[in-house]
Ligand binder design. Structure first.
Ligand SMILES: [Zn+2]
Ligand SMILES: [Zn+2]
Length: 349
């Protein structure tokens, strides 16, 4: 153990579901065998965290929240040769067994013993976090920690959605919802070779952002977005549509706007039921409806290459930085719950 091994560590924790987060001082985690101890330099505050604070989804308490984490390796546990102190890393949030049928088949997000950091095990609203070495991916020096943190949730899931929808060269793509996922999705669709990307939203600022990233803005308040996109594509529709909001109506629109053999990838969370006209929307066009759940560790390296080439630019994505203090973090979560979420907040310990 290096002599400078930290012994105490600040953390902002959820003591019980439905309560506000509180400041805590804990023993610093020690890296176990095959683990790395990471000094957190940035942790994203995600809408999911507001759900976990409310007790929806989080599985154990007390719990340190935070699943979007970037930092620097502080020390390594026994058997770790690939990383060393000082390495810049960002953390894949799913800790999986690597041995079960789903893990071996490359769909590790369905690992039955998988645990998510900041939800099922302590996360990154802290000075330090210890994770299996396989979860610590190299973060290029050109990518600020704040961006490295938010890459690990919204950008990674946006890429997974595009991969599930098999977006490739020459495709036309519609993206419903230009929030954290959507901003990445419109850029990554281009990077994957999409010929044209239509960005559907109702918020003028988000539509302007989409235009800055070379998507065609479609204002869903001004016109029916399905009709608008059909008109723009000569009646054909799009090869792929991503629903990133979580409304039944926009999921239906993502299906209705498809061209023959089009793919609708649904990533927004909702308890609503959607309605489908099977002949018109699915059979007659050989359309596909595809579910999107999380993302894969293998997609993180790919994401780093897109950002390294400048094809994914998150420089305008982080709009607020707060300290590692419960009051500031609770305030940011309150804003998310109230859908005052034009801002993306990152904690800098
Ligand atoms: Zn997240
Ligand atoms: Zn597994």
């Amino acid at each position: 153990m290096p002599v400078n091994t930290p012994v105490r560590c600040r953390a902002v924790r959820l003591e019980a579901p439905g309560r506000k987060l509180v400041d805590a001082t804990l023993d610093a985690p020690a890296p176990g065998s095959g683990e790395v101890l990471v000094r957190v330099r940035a942790a994203g505050i995600c809408h999911s965290d507001a759900h976990y604070r409310a007790g929806i989804g989080s599985t154990r308490h007390p719990l340190t929240l935070g699943h979007e984490v970037a930092g620097v390796v502080e020390s390594v546990g026994r058997g770790v040769a690939s990383h060393r102190a000082g390495d810049r890393v960002c953390l894949h949030y799913l800790v999986t067994c690597g041995a079960c049928r789903d893990c071996r088949a490359g769909r590790e997000q369905f690992c039955a013993t998988g645990r998510m950091i900041g939800k099922d095990r302590d996360g990154g609203y802290a000075d330090f976090i210890s994770v299996p070495v396989g979860n610590a991916h190299p973060l290029p020096a050109s990518v600020p920690f704040e961006q490295g943190a938010i890459l690990m949730c919204s950008s990674a899931t946006a890429l997974h959605a595009l991969r599930k929808a098999r977006v490739g060269a020459g495709d036309t793509v519609a993206v419903f919802g230009i929030g954290g996922l959507g901003t990445s999705a419109i850029q990554l669709a281009r990077a994957l070779g999409a010929a044209e990307v239509y960005a559907v939203d109702v918020n003028p600022a988000k539509l302007a952002l989409a235009k800055r990233h070379h998507a065609v803005p479609v204002d869903a308040r001004a016109a029916d977005p399905v009709e608008a996109i059909r008109a723009a594509t000569g009646g054909r529709g799009v090869d792929a549509a991503l629903e990133l909001i979580g409304f039944a109506r926009t999921m239906e629109q993502a299906l209705e706007v498809l061209a023959p053999q089009g793919r609708a990838a649904l990533a927004g969370l909702t308890q609503e039921r959607m309605s489908i006209a099977p002949y018109r929307d699915v059979l007659n066009r050989e359309a596909e409806i595809i579910g999107v759940s999380d993302h894969l560790a293998s997609e993180i390296g790919e994401l780093m290459r897109f950002i390294g080439r400048g094809e994914l630019d998150l420089s305008d994505a982080v709009t607020r930085v707060v300290p590692l203090e419960a009051a500031a973090i609770n305030g940011a979560l309150d804003d998310l719950e109230a859908f005052r979420d034009d801002v993306r907040t990152v904690i800098r310990p």
